[in-house]
Every structure is written in C-alpha cells, then in structure tokens.
Design a binder for this molecule. Structure first.
Ligand code: SF4
Length: 237
C-alpha cells in the first residue's frame, strides 16, 4: 500500500512542484513591463482583474502621457479613475495610485530608487502602510520591482495548494507564504519564476474547473488522484 499523500510538503515536494511546472511551461519572463514604474502601477491595477484589462488601463495612461509618478500626482483623481476604468474598481485603484505617487513625490522627492533600495522588511512595511496596499500587492512590488525575495501569494496559488492537499498552518496570507519560504532558498529569481509558473498553471490547467487529465501534477495531487482515469498516488519526489 502506498503511503498517504503528505499534507505537509517536504522541501523536495515544494522544489519538485517548481521543477515540473518549469519543465511544462518554461520561463515566464515576468514581470511584463519595462521597469519599476510599470511593475508598481501594474501590481496595483491587477488586483481582482485579469492582465488583459490591466493592459488596456496601462495603454490609456501611456496614451494620456501619464507615465510617471509625477504625472499621476498631478492628475485629478477622477480623471485618473476614468483612464483606468478597464481595470475595474477604478475609484479605489485611482486612490491607491495617488497615495503611492504622493509618497514618492512628497516624501522621496521623486526618487523611487530610495524606496526600492531599502532592506526588504523595511520596504514591505512601508508599502503596507500605503492606503489600499495589501500583502499581495506589496510582495509583487518587493519581488518584481525591487528584486528582493518575498514570495507572492494570490488566489491562484491558494487554489493549487489547496487542491494538492497541502495544508498550511492556517488560512492567513503568511501561512501560505511560509509553505514556500520555509522550504526554498531565499532567492528572488526563483520566487519570481515560481509565482509566474503557478499563475500560468492556474490560468490554463488548474482552472476553476480543473483539467486534471491534462495536468503535469496529477499523480502528486490529492484532487487529481481522485479524477476520472487516475487511480494511483505517488510521492512528489
Ligand atoms: S491535478 Fe487537477 S487539481 Fe491537481 S493541480 Fe492538476 S489540475 Fe489542479
């Protein structure tokens, strides 16, 4: 009889998940954008919507020549909200952009690098102090704009973890985050690629209705092993 599937993943399970996803999807080249400004604006706009809608909002900002924190700071919030309407929750997101721009322009004299160069924990704390910036947005910025190793947890990652049968210590953001950070080297390049691969997997295969019979993780997944045509269970490494 095979051993029961581990609900607390080992270090090798977490690494094996990455290896399988990378072998299946290849490098994802995240974050889509040209620099920290694009990443930060994209990280704020991408909450609760898909990237296609974010791109429409980014294009509108570019076309209106509002493509710096100085320009955002100098734009009326209602006008900003109109431009980013395609991204949804546009009034809230306009306020978040304004608050971020105010920090950069008023407190840092426009010097974004001064913020991004801070030690990771200090940077994360400051980001979380900005109105409307939650842990996922903060970690997106820490990882993809500042290139510091903070693992990003989003609804896609939670979905995959839950379906695999891994059980974090609780349901908080940091409970899911520690599943990864306690079992992987603290490496921004690895965290960058891992998060991107999880999002690719959740948006193409581990969708709301999962396509388990097309999945590279089926034999190591608690949900996948119960799917039609799959009866065996395997250890993940
Ligand atoms: S086997 Fe199914 S539930 Fe498990 S990760 Fe793959 S698609 Fe998701």
């Amino acid at each position: 009889m095979r051993p029961p599937f581990p609900t607390t993943p080992t270090h090798s399970c977490v690494r094996s998940l990455y290896d399988r996803l990378y072998a299946t999807y290849g490098p994802q080249h995240w974050w889509p954008g040209d620099g920290p400004f694009d990443v930060i604006v994209g990280a704020i706009l991408t909450q609760n919507t898909n990237w296609r809608n974010v791109e429409k909002a980014l294009d509108a900002l570019r076309n209106a020549d509002i493509w710096s924190f100085k320009a955002i700071h100098g734009t009326e919030r209602d006008d900003l909200a109109d431009l980013i309407r395609p991204s949804g929750y546009f009034n809230q997101k306009a306020r978040k952009l304004h608050e971020f721009a105010a920090l950069v322009e008023n407190d840092l004299n426009g010097n974004l690098d001064q913020l991004l160069d801070l030690p990771m924990d200090d940077l994360r704390t400051i980001l979380l102090g900005i109105w409307g910036v939650g842990e996922e947005t903060a970690d997106d910025i820490v990882l993809y704009a500042a290139d510091k190793p903070s693992f990003v947890i989003d609804t896609y990652t939670r979905r995959i973890v839950d379906r695999l049968g891994w059980r974090p210590q609780g349901v908080r953001y940091r409970d899911y985050q520690s599943l990864f950070t306690e079992r992987l080297p603290s490496d921004a390049t690895l965290f960058n690629e891992y998060h991107a691969l999880l999002d690719e997997h959740a948006s193409t295969v581990c969708r709301p209705t999962p396509r388990c019979n097309q999945c590279c993780l089926q034999d190591i997944c608690a949900t996948g092993t119960n799917a039609p045509s799959q009866s065996g269970r395997a250890q993940c490494a």
